[in-house]
Design a protein around this ligand. Structure first.
Ligand code: GRF
Length: 198
């Protein structure tokens, strides 16, 4: 019987969500172990965070492929080679495609810095500020073929302050987002281990 769920984490940038998962998974009781970290961009801090912890990394820039279909197939093959039980998109700024979802649909989760279905897309905090909402937050959801449209697993609310700009709001959201991600990835992993995942 496995005692840990193998996680592949995909990132595109700073990797603070990844860092939170790395720290949580140091506890064997957490239920998940990061077996690889992938990025669509080279030279990002998140890759360094993984390497510092001895976690295998891979980089698949979309520009290295003929088109998104080929990239998606390569991503699927590479992630498959690590045999993950769960894939976590943690600040991964690309859409996974049909090949990927054909294999990992239903066991790929993504975190987004807004209260979905409000403000999907690349600029959640900016769009929330522009609209003038007084509460924003973060959403963890199951990835489907849409842009931030999949079934919601968890949400956390974060107040918007009068003097917030995009950077301060996003940073404050990220504090709560990391806690939510760690909490729920652990819960999902332990459900998989217990054989009670949906
Ligand atoms: C997170 O807010 C994520 O939801 C968004 O980009 C941010 C990534 O942060 N898509 P980090 O790379 O984990 O620090």
């Amino acid at each position: 019987m496995p005692t840990t769920v193998r996680l592949v984490v995909l990132i595109s940038g700073a990797g603070t969500n990844l860092q939170a998962l790395i720290e949580a998974s140091a506890d064997p009781a957490y239920g998940a172990t990061i077996v690889a970290v992938g990025s669509d961009r080279p030279d990002v801090e998140g890759l360094v965070r993984a390497q510092l912890h001895g976690i295998e990394t891979f980089v698949l820039p979309t520009a290295d492929f003929e088109d998104r279909v080929d990239w998606d197939i390569a991503l699927t093959e590479t992630v498959s080679s690590f045999e993950p039980g769960l894939v976590v998109l943690a600040g991964f700024m690309k859409l996974t495609g049909p090949a990927f979802l054909g294999v990992f649909g239903g066991r790929t989760v993504n975190t987004h810095p807004s209260l979905l279905p409000s403000f999907p897309g690349l600029h959640g905090p900016r769009d929330a500020l522009a609209y003038g909402v007084k509460v924003s937050g973060a959403t963890l959801f199951v990835v489907d073929e849409g842009v931030d449209t999949g079934p919601i697993i968890a949400q956390v609310a974060v107040p918007v302050l009068d003097d917030d700009d995009e950077a301060t709001l996003h940073e404050r959201i990220k504090v709560s987002e990391r806690a939510m991600l760690v909490d729920w990835v652990g819960r999902l992993a332990r459900k998989i281990l217990a054989g009670t995942a949906e």
